[in-house]
Design a protein. Structure first.
Length: 335
């Protein structure tokens, strides 16, 4: 697949190999990492996507790089580095829900600086509208790399997207991690967060929806997307709140990459409301209920297709649109 679309998204964060546990005790290696999955998913949804981190020269790194290129993602750092590829061991529970252990010291995807990312984004400054990060990039140990880059991009008028896809069990200092994540959320225009992430952040509120409202009230975000697995998802904006859940029966294989596919579908649907490439922040400020329902429905369809595949296989725009049309989600609006 060759991506000829102008760059509309710049994304930075981890790329790694997921060793996913099988029922017989073996581990199946899969290309992954939340940000890596998101980059692929965005490109497959039709958005020109620039990935800012380098890959390793080892065999695993080259496999990651090749799949990214096959999916149409443009690499800001196409020259491989000598550092090894990040690894994750993924154990799935009886519902297909993953838990992780990471091996990320001295790895390739962390061989990046804020200055380099700012320079790479400047090369596509006229067309980039969205800058995205999250997941392992929210580690306090990497804050000095990713936060200055995002802050500079926001100051230059880009729409900042943070995926608060948290991994508290592998962070050595949980309070420092929570403070770091909060610092990232404070520069975000769009935030994606799950009910589990909100618990890990210790956000005030008796329900996930109340906690998401707290995030909206205490940040500058124009949109907060709250995912709750099989219980559906909420879209919170400054104009109203919108809920939807999947109505079709799903043959769930695993949930790896579901949140990444959801966010990619959401951003692609949002970008479709802005074909001329104007300010996405302005689009968010003027979002109408019908548009919010379309965005949320497309995001849920994208996740529904992903969970029916082994590992992360993000759907295309056409596949997600077709699923959303054939399986309309139940939607309720509350202003």
């Amino acid at each position: 697949m060759t991506n000829v679309a102008p760059m509309r998204v710049a994304i930075a964060g981890e790329a790694l190999i997921d060793f996913i546990s099988e029922v017989d005790g073996r581990f199946n290696p899969c290309l992954g990492g939340a940000v890596y999955n998101l980059a692929r998913a965005l490109s497959r949804q039709g958005l020109g996507t620039l990935y800012l981190n380098p890959f390793s020269s080892d065999k695993l790194g080259q496999a990651l790089m090749q799949q990214m290129v096959n999916d149409g993602v443009v690499l800001a750092q196409p020259k491989p580095v000598q550092a090894v590829t990040s690894l994750a061991v993924v154990n799935l529970d009886e519902t297909g829900h993953p838990n992780y252990a990471f091996y990320r010291e001295g790895v390739a995807d962390r061989q990046v600086t804020a200055a380099q990312m700012i320079t790479d984004c400047a090369n596509h400054n006229r067309t980039i509208e969205l800058v995205c990060s999250g997941a392992l990039a929210l580690d306090a140990r990497d804050q000095a790399v990713y936060l200055p880059w995002l802050t500079q991009q926001k100051q230059s008028g880009k729409c900042v997207v943070i995926d608060a896809n948290l991994r508290p069990s592998v962070m050595p200092d949980l309070p420092a991690y929570q403070r770091c994540v909060q610092a990232f959320l404070e520069v975000a225009d769009i935030i994606k967060v799950s009910d589990e992430d909100l618990l890990a952040l210790n956000v005030p509120g008796d329900t996930a929806l109340q906690q998401a409202r707290h995030v909206m009230q205490t940040t500058q975000a124009h949109l907060v997307a709250l995912t709750m697995g099989a219980n559906g998802a909420w879209l919170l904006t400054r104009q109203g709140e919108y809920f939807a859940h999947e109505t079709a029966h799903l043959n769930i294989i695993d949930t790896v990459g579901a949140g990444d596919s959801f966010l990619a579908g959401l951003l692609a649907a949002l970008a479709s409301l802005n074909p001329a490439g104007h300010s996405l922040t302005q689009v968010l400020q003027q979002l109408q209920p019908q548009q919010a329902h379309m965005i949320l429905g497309h995001a849920i369809a994208s996740a529904s297709l992903c969970v029916q595949e082994r590992g992360c296989v993000p759907p295309t725009w056409h596949q997600a649109s077709q699923w959303a049309e054939q399986h309309p989600s139940v939607q309720v609006a509350a202003v």
